[in-house]
Design a binder for this molecule. Structure first.
Ligand code: C2E
Ligand code: CA
Ligand code: CA
Length: 608
């Protein structure tokens, strides 16, 4: 090879380009030699490390401490299982610097691991250095730190004293805390208890902002517990609780559920990988169903129920997460007030003077963007058989600070500012989406009424927008109705009348809402193209005792019928009201007696 090279060289020297090319060739040669020796030293290095580590490898691999070995050039020579997990090391990390430099907080300063090692290199050669209780983090973010003890040691590799390596031990202090906590499990079930809950909650809260998931706290309280114990005895009761605990332990893992046994008959779940709040309800329903059939002993079968309180952190930054536990307990108390086996999500009760309308006014626009509005549905039933035949969509504002705000508080503000048109579009779209979902999932198809204001109907693009939305969502127009109040209908102008007729042409029905609260001209009524007449709640409130109201309501129903309308009575709160109005030949009814307005998920159970 050498002689060949010389020949080429001699030949080239004679040419004018000779010098440059020779230099390039020589450089190439040097590079080849360099890489060859580098490869050899790497192989040697690997051999040495392999031999040295082999003996300890088993120990390292099962160690709960992280072990990381670096070459003198800070390339990774070895990383055990714990380090791989801690630093997220995938394949092919050997003989390269760490893909991500972990950060260590030393005296309030975040340094990379390399920097820490460099500082220490200057100080000592072969003495082990230890740092107790430092913060470790992959990204240097405060929320992401892990308390560790760090040990750095350096050692010659085998007999070759010119080859040194650095050995890093990382002792994850979270494990130590975990061991400490084992003392705080519930004696009966072996599930973590209240003390552990407090400890874990803080960690959960700290991580919340990182993963954009929702967090639910669910409190499950077995009902009539003292009575139960007196029936089946203390021992059987314990047996039952253990069985229930074991069942809770086996809940599906995809939601990341942790079960706590907080009190004798009280269990708490944290659900931390929640995308959709409805998953919580599905889970709780399952638990309740399972519990119902839990106790069978010889010939005794008890139907067990549990009350459930829920509070959910919905991932909004402005929400306070610290009072989540308190809220769950409040929700449980609210559930228990309603009777056995109830599920209640925390709803703060707010008085109308609890907030400032100016604040609401300023926050409306953002609230829409931030998805703080939600549509509730209240069933409207057939008076003959109480079957759900229709529903009214009623908007709610889930305010991060005030909680659930009723529409009578914010709708008037929106009407004043014209923002109601935006909200109207939102409600229509949500209802159409919901109708489509119910259609796809084969729920019974019923029409849903949407409240609209005069302001909306009078805005120019109203009909156009409705038509476009219907097209877009491919929903049958007969599944939508618009409700307009009697008062608004009466003052509407000819142009508005035209809008109404166009809406009717689209196939959408119209209800005359709050009937009985205004002055209605019979002539006008005949002109107005409504399909449904809704008698206002104030006409129904005293119907059981007030003879005058009874006569008026009867007449209203007859009038509606004579104009070819169906009649709905609002505000039916008890059975006697229901029976009386049914006897008047009222077609449909709406009111708390059948159901309050509820979220879509709750409502659809009524459609099954
Ligand atoms: P509304 O159209 O008269 O709706 C019926 C109201 O009566 C609802 O109040 C409902 O919860 C309540 N209700 C129903 N049955 C009973 C009962 O048996 N007892 C009692 N005490 N109340 C009952 P909500 O949801 O607070 O709505 C109040 C008003 O806010 C509605 O009155 C409607 O005018 C307006 N509104 C609600 N949602 C919207 C919307 O999306 N757009 C517009 N423009 N207005 C809306
Ligand atoms: Ca209404
Ligand atoms: Ca009404």
């Amino acid at each position: 090879m050498q002689s060949g090279l010389n020949t080429v060289q001699n030949f080239l020297i004679q040419s004018s380009m000779g010098n440059i090319v020779v230099m390039i060739l020589l450089l190439l040669l040097l590079l080849v030699i360099h890489f060859y020796s580098l490869a050899r030293s790497k192989r040697e290095l690997l051999e040495v490390v392999d031999n040295k580590v082999k003996v300890f490898q088993k120990a390292f691999d099962i160690s709960e401490d992280g072990v990381l070995i670096f070459s003198d050039k800070n390339e990774v020579l070895y990383a055990n299982r714990v380090v791989k997990k801690l630093m997220g090391l995938k394949q092919n990390f050997l003989f390269k610097p760490l893909p991500v430099q972990p950060k260590i907080k030393l005296k309030d300063k975040w340094l990379t691991l390399d920097e820490v090692i460099a500082i220490e290199n200057k100080k000592t050669e072969d003495k082990m250095i230890s740092y107790l209780q430092v913060e470790f983090s992959l990204d240097g973010q405060k929320d992401n730190t892990i308390p560790i003890n760090l040990y750095i040691d350096s050692s010659p590799l085998g007999s070759k004293h010119d080859l040194w390596c650095k050995i890093i031990f990382i002792h994850d202090l979270r494990q130590k805390e975990q061991h400490k906590i084992i003392g705080s499990i519930h004696q009966l079930s072996g599930l973590p208890n209240q003390a552990q809950l407090q400890h874990n909650l803080n960690a959960l809260y700290a991580k919340l902002h990182l993963n954009n998931k929702k967090l639910a706290i669910v409190l499950i309280d077995i009902d009539d517990f003292s009575m139960l114990r007196s029936i089946i005895g203390h021992e059987q009761m314990n047996h039952l609780l253990v069985k229930f605990s074991n069942y809770l332990r086996s809940l599906p893992s995809n939601l990341n559920i942790t079960v706590y046994h907080t009190y004798y008959n009280n269990f708490l779940l944290t659900i931390s990988d929640l995308d959709d709040e409805q998953e919580v309800y599905i889970l709780i329903k399952d638990i309740q169903e399972k519990l119902a059939s839990f106790y069978k002993m010889q010939d005794v079968k008890l139907y067990l129920t549990a009350s459930v309180g829920i509070s959910i952190y919905k991932g909004k930054r402005s929400e306070s997460v610290r009072n989540l536990l308190d809220r769950a307990y409040k929700a449980l108390a609210q559930a228990q007030k309603q009777g056995n086996g109830r599920i209640q999500e925390f709803i703060p009760e707010i008085a109308s003077n609890d907030y400032d309308s100016l604040i609401l006014h300023n926050e409306m626009h953002q609230a829409l963007e931030k998805n703080q509005f939600e549509i509730y549905y209240q069933p409207i039933v057939d008076a003959k058989n109480e079957e759900v035949v229709s529903a009214e969509a009623l908007i709610r504002w889930n305010h991060p600070e005030y909680g659930l705000i009723a529409p009578y508080i914010f709708i008037p503000i929106m009407e004043k500012t014209g923002f109601i048109a935006e909200i109207g579009k939102y409600v229509l779209e949500e209802v159409l989406k919901q109708q489509k979902r119910w259609e796809l999932f084969k729920f019974k198809q019923i029409d849903v009424s949407i409240n609209i204001t005069l302001f909306e109907i009078e805005s120019k693009d109203f009909v156009e927008n409705v038509e476009r939305q219907l097209q877009y969502h491919q929903v049958d127009p007969s599944l939508i109705k618009f409700e307009i109040t009697e008062g608004a209908a009466m003052i509407s102008e000819d142009s508005t009348q035209k809008q109404f007729r166009e809406i009717k042409k689209l196939g959408i029905g119209i209800s005359l809402d709050d009937f009985g609260t205004g002055y209605t001209s019979f002539v006008y009524m005949k002109k107005f193209p409504a399909d449904v007449l809704k008698i206002d709640k104030t006409m129904i409130d005293y119907i059981l005792t007030n003879k005058e109201d009874q006569r008026i309501v009867k007449a209203m129903i007859e009038m509606g019928h004579s104009l070819g309308m169906l009649v709905v009575a609002e505000g039916i709160e008890n059975k006697r009201m229901y029976e009386l109005l049914a006897s008047y030949d009222c077609d449909m009814m709406q009111g708390y007696y059948f159901s309050k307005p509820v979220p879509a998920f709750e409502f659809q159970k009524l459609l099954r």
